[in-house]
Design a protein around this ligand. Structure first.
Ligand code: LAG
Ligand code: CA
Length: 473
């Protein structure tokens, strides 16, 4: 038997949006571990509201962003036992579980006022009587919220953005150390189960010093060791810049998302070799993405619905050293914003089937699947040997470890490229994966001779070669 991993594979994170825990576990073993993914962002595992119908959807996906308690034993994605099994099986594959951490708020009015949550806990807005079901009596009551108690109206006022209510969701008063203790208690409870990271939902709506205090209370992660890895969801603007949160972990870079997604859509990528610090975030501070679960619905510049050009952008994001990539992996959705994941009808999510048209599974696309291996192989190198041809074509070396080329035009790009790679036969991991056991490539091979290779890159496709994916190595 293979030995269980004691460190993560690398820094590539895939968001398996709304996947059941048992499906995530299986994906770690069959696909994510073998392909070199370092993390999975899962949907929020705490007890959530249940909405048979809301805003034209049945059991909308956004139920999960309205916590009822911090129990992880019953969500639409499975039981606590299944959650624990997932964390351990992914960890054995070198894949960290990142929990989507909703700490700014609990439930809201508008969509739902009160009721039993997914695990049966009875709540109403501002009243959550049983946060842990552990006999501690820990609860949130009216006085644990505020101090504003109304919806944010002036987005130009920092105190209002942080202390008033986002979307009428009951806003926790994180100025109170008892509130911070309960939030940290929940985070530590999932760290105890092996969770190694957090995506902090709506981080911008929590005062930085309050977040810093919560983080200071967190334990070390079992097995992988060290403090958990956090990244903060911040939509930076003139009132609250991204950089305000950089001292406390990674920061989601929506400026990158807008710029790079539009550049690919418009075939205007030649300048992306020399990338600015979008939003003021350095390469090591930024968490980057072409789309996420909000933008793919609300501001769909490029999504799976755009086809090959979108997957080319994902592939580029993973080949470029700026930022840490967070790849979106979706289920198919139509025009209703809240449309939930494929479900059995009672609001319980179905097992994922990537072969059906209901699930998209972007991370398995031929342009994406091999890219974590590229990223892991070239880690620590910069960009050199840049080549462009018009606005829509860009190629670069990653030191003497890799070489990548991207053709965001409608016609083939045929030429010779000069690399720093040893001569040999390489898999094109921008078109498929490499199996180190059999040395087989699903995406075809490219031969480097005299340091160069000549090829014809089809429209909206790329090339990515690296030293750990050689058929003759
Ligand atoms: C986030 N990041 O800061 C999430 O990425 C985003 O998906 C969340 O909104 C939001 N913050 C709150 O965690 C989602 C939906 C909203 C939904 C909300 C709460 O995009 O549409 O709001 O989750 O479930 C819904 C209704 C609102 C209503 C609110 C409270 O759409 O009309 O005011 O619930 O009842
Ligand atoms: Ca707040």
């Amino acid at each position: 038997a293979q030995t269980a991993a004691t460190q993560a594979n690398g820094d590539s994170i895939v968001h398996l949006f709304q996947w059941r825990w048992s499906s995530v576990a299986q994906e770690c073993e069959t696909t994510l571990g073998p392909n070199g993914w370092g993390g999975v962002q899962v949907s929020p595992p705490q007890e959530h509201v249940v909405l048979p119908t809301a805003e034209g959807a049945t059991y909308p996906w956004w139920q999960d962003y309205q916590p009822v308690s911090y129990r992880v034993d019953q969500t639409r994605r499975g039981t606590k036992a299944e959650f624990v099994d997932m964390v351990q099986r992914c960890r054995d594959q070198g894949v960290k579980i990142y929990v989507d951490m909703v700490l700014n708020h609990m439930t809201g009015t508008g969509s739902v006022g009160s009721g039993p949550g997914s695990a049966g806990t009875v709540y109403s807005k501002y009243e959550y009587p049983n946060l842990f079901n552990d006999g501690s009596g820990d609860s949130y009551r009216y006085a644990d919220f505020g101090p504003c108690y109304r919806t944010i109206s002036n987005w130009g006022n920092k105190a209002e953005v942080q202390d008033c209510e986002l979307l009428a969701l009951a806003d926790l008063n994180t100025a109170d150390p008892e509130v911070r203790r309960k939030v940290a208690k929940y985070m530590n409870s999932v760290i105890d189960l092996g969770v190694a990271g957090f995506r902090v939902d709506a981080a911008k709506h929590v005062q930085e010093s309050h977040l810093a205090d919560i983080i200071s209370r967190l334990k070390d992660v079992p097995v992988f060791g060290g403090k958990p890895d956090l990244f903060h969801e911040v939509y930076g603007d003139g009132t609250i810049p991204y950089t305000a949160y950089a001292p406390y972990g990674g920061v989601t870079n929506f400026d990158y998302q807008r710029s790079v997604a539009s550049a690919f859509r418009d075939g205007n990528i030649a300048q992306l070799g020399n990338m600015p610090n979008y939003g003021g975030l350095t390469a090591s501070q930024a968490v980057v993405f072409i789309d996420n679960h909000d933008t793919q619905r609300e501001n769909p510049t490029l999504t799976y619905k755009s086809g090959a050009r979108y997957y080319l952008a994902d592939s580029f994001m993973m080949a470029h050293p700026y930022g840490r990539p967070q790849l979106m992996s979706s289920y198919a959705f139509g025009s209703v914003h809240g449309q939930g994941p494929p479900s059995s009808g009672n609001g319980t999510t179905n097992a994922t089937n990537c072969a059906s048209s209901e699930w998209i599974c972007e991370h398995r696309n031929e342009q994406v699947a091999g890219m974590p291996s590229f990223r892991n192989a070239v880690a620590g190198t910069g960009i050199s040997n840049q080549v462009t041809d018009g606005n829509g074509r860009l190629a670069f070396a990653r030191g003497n470890r890799g070489y990548a080329a991207f053709n965001a035009t409608g016609s083939a790009w045929s030429r010779s490229f000069s690399t720093n790679l040893p001569n040999g036969t390489y898999c094109n991991v921008a078109r498929g994966t490499f199996n180190p056991g059999t040395k087989a490539c699903t995406g075809g091979t490219i031969t480097v001779t005299g340091g160069s290779f000549t090829t014809s890159i089809p429209a909206d496709r790329g090339v990515a070669l690296h030293v750990n994916a050689r058929t003759d190595g």
